[in-house]
Write a protein that binds this ligand. Sequence first.
Ligand code: FAD
Length: 323
Amino acid sequence: MSRQVFAYIKHSAGEVEDSAYELIKVAEQIDPQAEVTALLFGTGDELDKACQQAASIYPQVWKVDKQEHSYPNAELIRPQMMNLLPADAVVLASFDTFGMDLTPGLSVKMGSSHLADIVGVEGMEGDTLKAVRQEHGGQVHTHVTCDMSSGAILSVRGGVFPASEGGQSGQVVDKTAEAGDVQARRKFLEVREAEIGEVDITKEDILISIGRGIEEEENIEIAQELAEAAGGVVSCSRPVVDAKWMDKSRQVGTSGKTVKPKIYLAMGISGSFQHMGGVKGNPFIVAVNKNSKAPIFQVAHVGVVEDLLEFAPTLTEKIQEMK
Ligand SMILES: Cc1cc2nc3c(=O)[nH]c(=O)nc-3n(C[C@H](O)[C@H](O)[C@H](O)COP(=O)(O)OP(=O)(O)OC[C@H]3O[C@@H](n4cnc5c(N)ncnc54)[C@H](O)[C@@H]3O)c2cc1C
């Protein structure tokens, strides 16, 4: 019998997050015969719009429309999921701040296995899933197994699985009444957007991104010259902001900005998932790093093993010559 797999889909302003396109691929890798259902919690027109988009990716979409879901609160969503899901459900969610909140408690309540932050699926052996996780900042891959005989709750690293191209005409089913009413002890008060700063890195096509490997504040000039020559702007990883060398508005990552450039040149950046979690839209990634084993090379389309302090000025010169 095929498994019932549910994907918790995050959405905002009527649009599903990129992970919606990836979670269905994860479900297919776990079980190509699986019946995959997207779960969307939200409210009003924005929820309906997101459900329509989800229905272009998933054969079935369940929606729960309640005012209290205008901002996702795991404390409310967990018990409502319990009311909706079969006991042996396989639930997929993205490994982000919300997924980290939702999934461990859900697995405890459902009495099913929990596997966090998977970056690969190696297949099933009976009821046992073989999956891949990363440790030590991506330097080590660990191969793990997970007993799925009583269901499983899996959180999935964003941006590492392929994305579905959509093309489904799924059915949206309203599950609001079945989800029931629950109370939460915590409430979200407001969302405060980060300041945009003098440059909006989320709108740029070419980002020259620097990390701790830039070594000193004075060296940022090298990246700025390259950005000017290439027609882009400089963005950075968190240590550069922590050192107060660049403004927070330039930080890419899960606690910084989500960017969708066409070209992402990462120099002196190791490629932590917190950093790469902010790089979306499948850009062409070029990585420059002295360490050939840096995790960034696993996602880069072109890798340059080189000292950025030598490489960047040379590239700037070459671009200027070409112009
Ligand atoms: C809750 C949380 C949220 C976070 N949010 C973010 C976030 O939003 N964004 C973010 O970036 N990080 C974030 N982090 C931090 C993240 O975990 C990493 O620590 C950080 O991304 C590492 O930055 P880095 O790659 O610049 O530095 P490092 O990991 O120190 O890597 C520096 C790299 O530069 C290379 N290098 C050194 N010198 C040179 C040189 N001369 N030429 C070429 N290469 C060189 C090294 O080989 C190394 O690979 C967060 C962490 C937590 C816990």
